[in-house]
Write a protein that binds this ligand. Structure first.
Ligand code: RIB
Ligand code: CA
Length: 312
C-alpha cells in the first residue's frame, strides 16, 4: 500500500488525542506531513499543547505541530470544557511539552505544503471546527487541485445535534468555514454523529484497551474514563462515541464503513439552527452530491483495528 500523505487538523479534545495516537501508530500507511491545531473544544493555546503532548507520548516529536486560528471566521469562539474538562484532555497528566511548536501559522503551512505538492496528492483530516481549512481555501483557492480528499468529523442528520438541538459541535462553532469546505469541489467524506454514535467506548471495550498495558494504553483509558462520563450522563449510554478516530480508521480500512453520496449544505444564518447540516440523503433537492456521508460503521471491527494499532 503506498503511504497516504495527510495533514491532520484538530482541537484535542480526548477523542482528537486518541485519533492522533492512532494515526501516529500507522507510519507504514500514513505520511503525516504536519499536525495543525485550531480553537475548538478548548482554546488554541491548549489544543496546540495537547497535540504536542500526544506526539511526545507516542515518541513522534519529529512530526511538526502548528497553531492556527484562535477563533472562527466570522463569530465568537464556543468551547466545550463541560465535555472535555479545563485542560481539553482531562484524564492524562498535563505538562509543558519539550517538543517545540512550529513558528509558522497553521494556515500558512497548509497553503505552502499544498502549493508545493502534486495534484490530488494530499488528504486533509480535520476533526475540529473547520476554521483553518476554510481560511486556507478562501485565502488561496489555488490549493484546491492539490487536495486528494477531505476526510472530516462533523455534522449530523438523524442524530440532530450534540451542541444545539440541530447542530453538531465542529460545524456549529464555524458554519462559515464548513460552508466553504462543503462547496470546495474536492472529494469530501464526512464522519457524522449518525455514524460515530455507533462507535461507543463501552465498559467492555475500555477493559480491552486497559489490557494494552503501556503508557499509551494507560493514557487512552484515563482520557476515555473522563470523556465517557458526560455522554453516559446525557444519553444514559454505556460510554461515549469515539468520534475523531473514525476518520483515521476510514483511511486505514474503508471497508469498515458504509457511506452514500449526498448533497450536504450548512445553515449559516439562523440563530436557532446555525451549524445544522442539511443532508439530502434521499436526493429530493437535485443539488450536487458533494459529500460521501458515512452512515454505518462495523464498531467491533473499528475497535479491533484501534486496539491492534495502539498496541504497536
Ligand atoms: O461533536 C464531536 C466533535 O466535536 C469531536 O470532534 C469532538 O472532539 C469535538 O471537537
Ligand atoms: Ca475534535
Amino acid at each position: 500500500m503506498t503511504k497516504r500523505k495527510i495533514i491532520i487538523d484538530c482541537d484535542p479534545g480526548q477523542d482528537d488525542a486518541v485519533m492522533l495516537l492512532l494515526a501516529l501508530a500507522c507510519p507504514d500507511e500514513l505520511d503525516i506531513l504536519g499536525i495543525t491545531t485550531v480553537a475548538g473544544n478548548v482554546p488554541l493555546d491548549l489544543t496546540q499543547r495537547n497535540a504536542r503532548i500526544m506526539c511526545e507520548l507516542s515518541g513522534n516529536t519529529d512530526v511538526p505541530v502548528f497553531a492556527g486560528c484562535d477563533r472562527p471566521m466570522n463569530r465568537e469562539l464556543v468551547t466545550a470544557e463541560n465535555v472535555h474538562g479545563k485542560t481539553g484532555i482531562d484524564g492524562v497528566d498535563i505538562y509543558q511539552p519539550d517538543m517545540p511548536l512550529q513558528g509558522q501559522h497553521a494556515v500558512d503551512f497548509i497553503i505552502e505544503t499544498l502549493l508545493a505538492a502534486e495534484d490530488d496528492s494530499i488528504t486533509l483530516v480535520p476533526t475540529g471546527p473547520l476554521t483553518n481549512i476554510g481560511q486556507a481555501i478562501s485565502g488561496q483557492p489555488e490549493i484546491l487541485p492539490k487536495i486528494k480528499e477531505i476526510v472530516m468529523m462533523g455534522g449530523a442528520m438523524r442524530e440532530g445535534g450534540n451542541t444545539s438541538p440541530s447542530a453538531e459541535f465542529n460545524i456549529l462553532v464555524d458554519p462559515e468555514a464548513a460552508h466553504i469546505v462543503l462547496r470546495c469541489g474536492r472529494p469530501v467524506t464526512i464522519a457524522p454523529l449518525d455514524m460515530t454514535h455507533q462507535a461507543m467506548v463501552t465498559r467492555e471495550r475500555l477493559e480491552q484497551i486497559r489490557q494494552i498495558d503501556s503508557p499509551i494504553g494507560t493514557a487512552v483509558v484515563g482520557m476515555m474514563e473522563f470523556f465517557n462520563r458526560f455522554d453516559s450522563e446525557k444519553y444514559g449510554s454505556d460510554g461515549a462515541p469515539l468520534h475523531d478516530p473514525c476518520t483515521i480508521a476510514y483511511l486505514l480500512k474503508p471497508e469498515l464503513f458504509e457511506g452514500k453520496m449526498c448533497n450536504v449544505e450548512v445553515e449559516t444564518d439562523s440563530p436557532l439552527t446555525g451549524g445544522h447540516t442539511a443532508v439530502d440523503f434521499w436526493g429530493v433537492t437535485g443539488r450536487p452530491k458533494n459529500t460521501n456521508w458515512l452512515y454505518r460503521v462495523d464498531a467491533n471491527g473499528f475497535f479491533k483495528l484501534l486496539i491492534e494499532r495502539l498496541k504497536g
